[in-house]
Design a protein around this ligand. Structure first.
Ligand SMILES: Cc1cc2nc3c(=O)[nH]c(=O)nc-3n(C[C@H](O)[C@H](O)[C@H](O)COP(=O)(O)OP(=O)(O)OC[C@H]3O[C@@H](n4cnc5c(N)ncnc54)[C@H](O)[C@@H]3O)c2cc1C
Length: 456
């Protein structure tokens, strides 16, 4: 396919969304330049620094398929069938996410994924410029200014349109905001996180069940662990910033070990370097970013974390960013007018980003406090029964978010209706025995219409 000179975009950030969008647009015949502040991870190793692995779900996989990237990415993925809940006494219970192995999520390594996508972007014809940190934008002259942080060298690049895929701390967003008010608001969570590592077992294999997302729910806080292809697990401890225990009260490696011995005792022998990891790894902040506007006419648009960073508790930030890429590529192909494309993209995606941001906040309470609660487990039992009695009509919340591609806003709306229904019919009960199924079925029929997946 030949390159149309008018069809040119400059992407800021070669992270997950930037690299995927570059692939999609270059394959569609666009001239694509990507500017990334860090060095090329294929040359000097990945310097990601946070969330070493990520849960990939259907929305993300679909976007990868659109770029013919799915096969390469899935070679390094580890299947996670459900949550393995670790009780304080060491008992473990697997709660499946879906009906069978067709409804699972996948753990992938951020660095490997990024490298795979960069290779594909380059093969598709995108031009990648590393060590180019966006510093400022002259929107009148259509010139973007970059700095090479190794030597302070300044570089100026003309652009037709800019796409901000430069993450939660987006410099393009700051440049746009300086030009026109985007209505930016950041709400920090009063909890943060720290990552630790579980190495392989002595025989080189996984030391615990690999095909699960492990959770140690402890009420106001929790630990999780996701498997890595190289037989390790990345552990993430989520704690409040203040109080007891918190990142304010647990400061040293020794204090962290004491916390683990008290609250996560079965994890302690699995993390031999707990104290060293604790001292060496930073505390990561968590926030939700809201914007009233994602674009400046036809000059610049934001996507992924740059537009709508969210807390990680639904494992959907990257999945949502990948959906953004497919949507923006579709709108850019549908019209020659960039302002029209950016406005249509924002109108389509903003309500869905807001919905998943809210569901991610809600899911923190579910993960840390509910997964071992009897009332919650009974609701889950009823949910599974109703899924079987009303296939395509009563679709569990997790299924709508993780295994389907219906808009997040629709998933949230239906989840709220369903949650109310589950509470109505389980309240005051210890089991489902003696439930009036005729009344429940009638309630389902009156409350929910059939749900159709998006084709293609
Ligand atoms: C602890 C944690 C766990 C998570 N777990 C999951 C999960 O399980 N599943 C999931 O779907 N999501 C998860 N996420 C969310 C996911 O990490 C993000 O949503 C995703 O990385 C967003 O991709 P992005 O491309 O928009 O931004 P990023 O991945 O942050 O990429 C931004 C890129 O822009 C570059 N950049 C930044 N500033 C500049 C500049 N001035 N000039 C040039 N380049 C610049 C950066 O170097 C980077 O390469 C998690 C997040 C956290 C914090």
């Amino acid at each position: 396919m030949g390159t149309d000179a008018r069809r040119h975009i400059t992407i800021i950030g070669a992270g997950l969304a930037g690299a995927l969008l570059a692939t999609l647009m270059a394959r569609a015949g666009w001239r694509v330049n990507v500017h990334e502040k860090r060095g090329d991870p294929r040359v000097k190793g990945y310097e990601g620094g946070r969330s070493i692995n990520l849960a990939l779900a259907e929305r993300g996989r679909h976007a990868l398929r659109m770029a013919d990237a799915d096969t390469a990415v899935m070679r390094q993925a580890v299947m996670m069938r459900g949550r393995m809940v670790h009780a304080l006494d060491g008992r473990q219970q697997l709660q499946r996410y879906g009906r069978d192995d067709s409804e699972v999520i996948w753990s992938i390594h951020r660095g490997d994924l990024n490298i795979t996508l960069l290779d594909l972007a380059e093969q598709a014809g995108a031009h990648l410029h590393f060590h180019h940190r966006l510093e400022g934008v002259d929107f009148d002259a259509h010139v973007a200014r970059f700095v090479d942080d190794r030597d302070g060298r300044r570089i100026e690049c003309p652009f037709s349109a800019l796409v901000g895929a430069d993450g939660a701390g987006s410099s393009l967003r700051a440049a746009m905001q300086a030009r026109e008010d985007l209505g930016e608001r950041t709400e920090f969570l009063d909890h943060a996180y720290k990552e630790l590592e579980i190495p392989p077992a002595a025989d080189g294999g996984f030391i615990m069940e690999p095909h699960a997302l492990h959770i140690w729910p402890r009420g106001h806080y929790m630990c999780i662990a996701l498997p890595n292809d190289e037989r390790t697990f990345t552990v993430t401890l989520f704690l409040p910033n203040e109080g007891d225990p918190s990142f304010a009260s647990v400061r040293t490696g020794g204090e962290a070990k004491a916390l683990f011995l008290r609250d996560f005792p079965d994890a302690v022998p699995l993390i031999p370097e707990l104290e060293q990891d604790w001292e060496a790894n930073p505390v990561g902040l968590l926030a939700t970013l809201y914007l009233d506007r994602w674009h400046l006419r036809g000059q610049a648009v934001l996507l992924g974390d740059a537009a709508h960073a969210m807390v990680p508790f639904h494992g959907q930030g990257m999945n949502c960013a990948f959906e953004d890429c497919v949507a923006l590529a579709r709108h850019l192909q549908a019209t020659d007018d960039l302002a029209t494309a950016f406005a249509a993209f924002e109108a389509e995606r903003k309500p869905d980003a807001l919905a998943i941001q809210q569901m991610a906040l809600e899911n923190y309470v579910e993960m840390r406090d509910k997964v071992d609660d009897q009332g919650f487990l009974l609701q889950r039992e009823l949910e599974l029964a109703l899924q079987q009695r009303h296939p395509g009509r009563f679709v569990p919340h997790y299924t709508m978010v993780s295994f389907m591609r219906i808009p997040y806003s629709l998933a949230r709306h239906r989840s709220e209706l369903q949650r109310d229904l589950l509470v109505r019919h389980t309240q005051g009960r210890a089991t489902l025995e003696g439930l009036d199924w005729t009344a429940v079925d009638a309630d389902v029929m009156a409350t929910l219409t059939p749900l159709e997946e998006i084709p293609g």
